[in-house]
Design a protein around this ligand. Structure first.
Ligand SMILES: [Zn+2]
Ligand SMILES: [Zn+2]
Length: 224
């Protein structure tokens, strides 16, 4: 179904019931909705249909207050031990907890950062790990100014061809084109645009021989 013929009026998305369309342009459509809590809110069609918007905001408020009610006193998260609820709340109203770190520092940490494992020290662990990593990376992976680990890195997430350095694009006519490229020393090299995946892969292979091999050969013993 074409996007601009979809009728959302009367539909229910989470707590929202769609009342009427209030805006429509080339890029988006917006609808006035009534929430179960009684408030009205305007939502983008895309947010409704993907489930990104399910209430006027009351749903999130409830979740936050539920998380805030949880008592974390005495619990341990990594190097942190929770001492008490902090007086300070975050801007969004989330609870903060005063924690003792094993290193001796005290830190205020948000509930969800403790619970989902994002924060497990006052910051001392991350600092130490960062220093180790930096030292390690510099001595082991830097060959002639090129980060060899980067050359062997996994494919980028927007790559849909399954081949590193080859991205599939669909043009206006719906035709698929394959663009081959390579990045060395932070420099992007365009290798060409092809109708077939095979040609693009071949171009990328040539590019690798041309740009990468001088850096990779002889350095393998230094790469994990
Ligand atoms: Zn609501
Ligand atoms: Zn610490």
């Amino acid at each position: 179904m074409k996007r601009d013929t979809i009728d959302l009026i009367g539909h229910q998305y989470g707590r929202l019931t769609v009342l009427k369309e209030v805006e429509r342009n080339k890029y988006a459509r917006r609808f006035l909705c009534r929430c179960e809590c009684g408030k009205e809110t305007v939502a983008y069609m895309s947010n409704l249909r993907t489930g990104h918007k399910k209430s006027c905001g009351c749903l999130r408020d409830e979740r936050v207050s539920q998380a805030n009610q949880r008592d974390l006193t005495g619990r341990r998260f990594g190097s942190l031990k929770v001492i008490k609820r902090s007086e300070k709340k975050s801007k969004s109203g989330k609870a903060n907890w005063t924690c003792h770190c094993d290193c001796g520092n005290t830190a205020d940490v948000l509930s969800d950062r403790l619970l989902n494992g994002t924060t497990s020290s006052c910051g001392c662990r991350r600092a130490a790990r960062g220093r180790e990593l930096a030292a390690d990376t510099n001595t082991r992976y830097r060959v002639d100014g090129v980060m060899t680990t980067k050359l062997k890195q996994k494919m980028r997430s927007d790559n849909r061809t399954g081949v590193k350095g080859v991205v599939a694009n669909v043009n206006k006519k719906g035709k698929v084109k394959y663009v081959a490229s390579i990045t060395v020393k932070g420099q992007y090299y365009y290798l060409g645009r092809f109708n077939s995946l095979e040609d693009a892969v071949a171009a990328r292979k040539k590019g690798e021989e041309l740009y990468h091999d001088p850096y990779l050969n002889g350095s393998d013993d230094k790469i994990k």
